[in-house]
Design a protein around this ligand. Sequence first.
Ligand code: HEM
Length: 128
Amino acid sequence: EPSTTPYEALGGEEVLSTLIDTFYDYVAKHPLLSDIFPIDLTETAYKQKLFMTQFLGGPPLYTEEFGHPMLRARHLPFPITKEHAEAWLTCMQQALEDVGVNPVVCDYMMERLTLTAHHMVNQPNNTP
Ligand code: HEM
């Protein structure tokens, strides 16, 4: 029997969709993040759902539609500091709690997302 993927452990498409929508509600309200992101987050949330599906071991939906993620390159147009990365992660942590994701799955996701978020940092901090 094949082992369960993190995508399945999370609850699959339905839970992931709710999680990402909840996450972008926090992003839209976050004082450090709201100015960087588009006002209409529909397309952003759509792409993040596709990406996160494959990130968590589900089907490669993002790559099928948009090609290789090249995440760091795709983030270079936006000045991202360590503070932005921490803010992004705080929004995700909050969303994971709101959706009631199993703590083991939550910890696993936050661990991997912390690495990815810090990989996106491309600017020194604003505050000394
Ligand atoms: C796109 C910001 C971290 C995945 C974007 C966009 C912004 C952004 C401004 C473009 C939105 C748009 O025009 O639709 C940030 C900031 C981060 C961060 C400030 C803080 C570190 C991450 C992380 C991941 C991620 C950790 C993955 C786990 C994506 C994806 C897209 C995206 C998949 C869509 C790329 C595309 O255009 O196809 N992000 N991001 N981001 N971000 Fe991030």
